[in-house]
Design a protein around this ligand. Structure first.
Ligand code: PLP
Length: 436
């Protein structure tokens, strides 16, 4: 993220910034770093350089998602600078599959990782070479497999059954399928908000079954390129991430002995998280980069000199670039508690309501996007327009006093927002999405 003005930060702007993470909490809450990082002009936040009311007028309706093109670009540049030349960067499309976002990222990253045929078509539509697209995910249907083989993308095999279907599709189409094996390692990674490896899993092929699968693939005409291991999502701890990558590299080197051809593809996953909650600290990206460079130089390159090492990131590339913009419909006080009822809700931004796999509900950073200079701060609860108590966007947070027609914005909304939410619930229209 580029340095952005902090001077006009809204809520609690009078509170001194804590000197260090260990500093005692000030009496007035310090704004969430994501709030403090939003550029502001006068009373309004700027998204992609456009003042929020102007942007809302341009979009023509609320609620909407706005993604900041420059912030995505800056984030990719930061990651690439930290990774250096030894590692290729992929974008996991499911984090935000808006075609304009995928198009933008296709020009910035080295590869696109898709998890459905629909995402694969979005990726192909960007003009990305199929050689730079990989398709992972359990339960690929025979029709999806046929499309993927025909397209020539790399298929990351999640099971023996998938392997047989891929081989059959290749024979039927007269195409040599390109495959890698997604491995479920024999270790788990701590620190992931969502664990996707270790122990029994629906993801990948258990490490101990991989040699068998490799020997089967060796008897077919498939082009076996290498391995893919994805440990889990939303990890903020660089040391845990580094440890996982070292263990993953050891496992890949061991499995490579059973491969029918030299390994050319090693995908170490990603799962770098972003800070959603006040106590979250951003990932130490430099540390992740250094440790990856060492993994490549010391572990992978000596054993597998032909291997291209990849990591793939979704949330980290787009999450902080997105804002979910809603309009206040009603303001009511119920037995001493102030409610702001907005025209959006959990049907668009499920994660912010705390209902997307969270054990404890915590507030995403929110702000009133057209009252950034106000010092009239109150405690308010922001709820959506769905008739369920689950539709809670911010519970008892300090916000500038807001009235109907004001714009309440949920930050950190660029990943797993719209497409990870139950949009049909209550039958409201779908929100607009813009890349600004
Ligand atoms: C979802 C997914 C990702 C992206 O995870 P993030 O936490 O968003 O970075 C990467 N790889 C695979 C295989 C995935 O399924």
């Amino acid at each position: 993220m580029t340095a952005q003005p902090l001077a006009e930060a809204p809520v609690g702007a009078t509170a001194p910034a804590p000197a260090s993470p260990a500093a005692p909490a000030p009496a007035t809450p310090t704004p969430h770093p994501a709030v403090a990082a939003m550029p502001v002009s006068g009373d309004e936040i700027l998204v992609g350089g456009v003042p929020l009311e102007r942007l809302a007028a341009r979009v023509g309706s609320t609620p909407f998602f706005a993604y900041d093109r420059q912030r995505i670009t800056d984030r990719v540049r930061e990651v690439k600078a930290a990774l250096g030349d030894a590692v290729r960067l992929g974008y996991a499309v499911k984090a935000n599959p808006m075609p304009a976002v995928v198009q933008h990222l296709s020009g910035l990253v080295d590869a696109l990782d898709v998890a459905s045929a629909h995402e694969m078509h979005t990726a192909l539509d960007t003009g990305t070479d199929p050689g730079r697209i990989s398709f992972a995910g359990p339960g690929k249907t025979p029709a999806e497999i046929r499309s993927a083989v025909a397209a020539g993308v790399l298929i990351e095999l999640e099971s023996y059954t998938e392997a047989r279907r891929v081989v059959a599709a290749g024979e039927a189409l007269g195409v040599v399928p390109r495959v890698a094996i997604r491995v479920n390692p024999d270790f788990a990674v701590r620190g992931s908000g969502m664990r996707m490896s270790g122990g029994p899993q629906q993801f990948g092929v258990d490490a101990e079954q991989v040699p068998d699968l490799l020997s089967y693939l060796g008897t077919t005409g498939a082009d076996v390129t290498g391995f893919h291991i994805f440990a889990g999502s939303q990890n903020l701890d660089a040391e845990l991430i580094a440890g996982a990558q070292r263990a993953t590299a050891d496992l890949v080197v061991a499995l490579a002995e059973h491969a029918p051809a030299p390994v050319r593809y090693v995908n170490l996953g990603g799962g770098l998280g972003i800070p959603y909650f006040p106590k979250d600290r951003p990932v130490d990206l430099a540390r992740v980069g250094e440790s990856l460079a060492a993994v490549v130089a010391d572990q992978i390159a000596p054993a597998l000199p032909e291997a291209d090492v990849h990591i793939e990131l979704g949330r980290y590339l787009v999450g902080e670039a997105g804002s979910y913009v809603t309009r206040v419909i009603d303001r009511k006080v119920s037995r001493g508690r102030t409610y702001l009822v907005v025209d959006g809700g959990m049907h668009h931004q499920l994660a912010a309501s705390g209902n997307l796999g969270q054990v404890i509900r915590r507030n995403y950073p929110v702000l009133v996007g057209n009252r950034m200079a106000s010092s009239d701060v109150e405690q308010a609860t922001v709820v959506g327009c769905l008739c369920t108590p689950l539709d809670l966007l911010a519970d008892d947070v300090p916000l500038p006093r807001a009235e109907p027609d004001d714009l309440v914005v949920v930050l950190q909304a660029g990943a797993y927002g719209l497409t990870a939410s139950p949009t049909a619930f209550l039958g409201h229209p779908a929100p607009a999405e813009v890349l600004v």
